[in-house]
Design a protein around this ligand. Sequence first.
Ligand code: CAA
Length: 384
Amino acid sequence: MLFNLTDEQLMIQSMVREFSRKVVAPTASERDKTKEFPKKNLKQMGELGLMGMMIPPEYGGEGADTISYVLALSEIAYSCASTAVVMSVQNSIVCESILKYGSEAQKEEFLIPLASGKMIGAFALTEPDAGSDPVSQTTTAVKDGDEYIINGTKRFITSGKNSGAVIVTAKTDESAGHRGISAFLVSKKTPGLVVGHMEDKMGLRASDTTDLIFENCRIPETAILGKEGDGFKIAMSGLDGGRIGIAAQSLGVAQAAFDAAVKYSRTRKQFGCAISKHQGIRWQIADMATQIEAARQLMLSAAAMKDRKEKYTVQASMAKLFASEMVNQITSRAIQMHGGYGFTKDYDVERYYRDARVFTIYEGTSEIQRIVISNNVLKDKRKP
Ligand code: CAA
């Protein structure tokens, strides 16, 4: 499939590229050291319409298509992967799930501030003992009159600390498997919801990743997203979009590492010439460029299917699998091409390598993506 980007998509890409390189990039390395949440950048991104890109304007968004969104997200990831993951969770999982499943009152109260970037959102599915297998989660939501009482601990929650609202999944019927899971949209100010341990991570250090602890947390019954039992479906369809977003993050970081490696290879001299003149380096550059282009096409293809309202679950998994594995190879090669310098904090490739490592893990590991893809190819399901 050949992608002829529209004038509007090209305009969004170039606007975000300029913003990202001028505003986001200069402070990215410092943020990586200090772990400072990119509040100011995110506020500006909200003003530019980047925090609810695919949400219609009446709910505070931009009404853009998915292709424009992934192009924009890649541009932000090019400069700062920590900032990009916040944008990704906000746009793909949080805003889109509320748009699809939320009531008018929920859209009014939460979607408008989220999509306009005035509030940050989080998505809480994972638990200490339930990662790849979210059906085994143990958080419960028990009906009590016209309220639910939520109890449980969620783990590895992106923007757990800095968010104003969270989509949380919990069991409303413990005997019904995935059909017993429901999703709720909860204000972070709700008594009984506390931010727990903050992870000290290898990469994405300026994005906060925390536990969220629900202790007899009472929420009105109107806080449910969709209806009882919809939670697993809401999480899975949110993750479909999220996985295209991880492909976009992967692409952005890969392109940054590649550009840095090419630039370095032109200036670094060994054996009397620039190392870019050596065949070993040239072949690596050729392979890296090809891998990046392949990932770009998979990402755009999944995004185009989503825009055409086709079922795109498998293409999202393929894009996420290929792009996240690709960026780990590219960032590793970029360090290798920098030699000893690449192993120091003086060069951005060291940060790219650490940031990229989680892309094959979060929003479904590479192994989970292979389950989704092979189930589709074989038209039957793996044995548990
Ligand atoms: N969209 C909508 N519904 C879906 C769906 C999708 N993509 N995939 C499955 N479903 C529905 C199915 O239709 C089925 O519903 P019915 O029974 O009503 O027909 C139900 O869900 C169960 O489907 P499966 O039997 O296929 O599910 P499964 O249990 O065999 O496998 C899985 C599911 C793919 C392994 C899934 O558990 C999975 O994706 N696991 C990984 C979880 C994950 O990605 N976690 C990431 C955490 S979030 C995160 O990282 C966010 C962050 O902060 C960055």
